[in-house]
Design a protein around this ligand. Structure first.
Ligand SMILES: [Zn+2]
Length: 333
């Protein structure tokens, strides 16, 4: 859920403002076409966008001068994209923008909270609708018009509806996850996005502190692989290029969970407008295992449309943000 919808176009401004040439994740022109099924919102650029981009550039450029110039540039690009997406309130923008969710977790600093209850997912396989490539990620979309696939327990109150799941991954196995635990970057990270129906709809929920809960699952490359990933990866050929979407029915996403339900949890937050506070993270301690071949399938997607040159869809993760005093609680010792 990286990659704010409508965010990438702003990256060019960010890049040129700091004078650093082409951003690694800069998208080609015309990359804003939306995809259906809970994706792809479009909005006109607003003055606030430009101000925000400028602000990000200034902050980053004047911040840590120890950072290599190229990295500073990329961070400016990605921060701008992430926050712009959060501001538009559209399903896609918010879905991708959320907040500066990516975090470095230090397990020894996480506070064990014995009062944290276990979490439960009750998913209806019939709620699965489609799988798509929106040029930024591979996403599976679920019917969330009523409480048919819900998450309960853990740090959240009530039942949150599953809306979609998507992945973040790297160009090689040594990076790709959005969370880094004790310095370990995983090859990929799965995000299952749920929203609180008490707010009526997904877009309004995005603006509420108790609006969204995301379950994060790490994907680690190994030998005892999670065969349940097969079903999703079989569809990669059908959604090879940006804008492709195909039906994806009768799928129970709970098969993707690891055995252990141990988790870390924290409230993400943006300190700077226009970003919203809305996500409760439930990050699972135990990774699931995928094979090198499975990772290769994810990387075989293109961030471009079929009429454009193939451009591998990789490194759709955001840079890690410091916790800045936020407390990470652990459900385990
Ligand atoms: Zn995500």
């Amino acid at each position: 859920m990286v990659c704010a919808a409508g965010g990438w176009r702003g990256t060019a401004a960010a890049v040129s403002a700091v004078g650093c040439g082409e951003g690694k994740q800069g998208a080609p022109a015309g990359s804003r076409a939306g995809v259906g099924g809970g994706g792809g919102g479009e909005r006109p650029p607003a003055v606030g966008d430009h101000l925000w981009t400028l602000l990000v550039v200034v902050v980053v450029a004047s911040g840590d001068r120890q950072l290599p110039r190229q990295r500073r540039c990329q961070e400016a690009v990605q921060s701008a994209a992430v926050c712009r997406g959060a501001s538009d309130g559209s399903a896609a923008g918010a879905e991708l923008g959320f907040r500066k969710g990516a975090q470095r977790i230090r397990s020894e600093e996480a506070q064990h909270d014995p009062a944290l209850p276990p979490w439960f997912a009750s998913y209806d396989p019939g709620a699965a609708k489609s799988i798509l490539n929106n040029g930024r990620t591979c996403r599976v979309v679920f019917d969330d018009t009523f409480d048919r696939s819900v998450l309960r327990g853990g740090p959240i109150q009530g039942a949150y509806r599953l809306r979609q799941l998507h992945f973040h991954w790297g160009s090689s196995d040594d990076h790709g996850s959005e969370h880094v635990v004790d310095g370990v970057k995983y090859a990929a990270e799965l995000h299952m996005v749920h929203w609180n129906p008490k707010h009526g709809n997904f877009a309004p929920a995005l603006k509420q502190r108790d609006g969204v809960a995301i379950v994060g699952v790490f994907l680690k490359v190994g030998k005892t692989l999670k065969r349940e990933m097969k079903r999703i990866l079989e569809e990669m050929e059908s959604i090879k290029t940006k804008g492709k979407e195909t039906p994806f029915l009768h799928f129970d996403p709970s098969i993707l969970f690891p055995k252990s339900r141990d988790y870390w949890t924290y409230e993400g937050s943006f300190t700077t407008p226009p970003c919203e506070e809305c996500v409760t993270w439930i990050l699972l301690r135990e990774p699931i295992v995928v094979s090198p071949d499975q990772m290769a399938k994810l990387r075989s997607l293109s961030m471009n449309t079929e009429n454009e040159p193939f451009h591998p869809l990789v490194d759709n993760w955001r840079p890690q943000q410091p916790l800045k005093g936020r407390v990470v609680r652990a459900s385990f010792k």
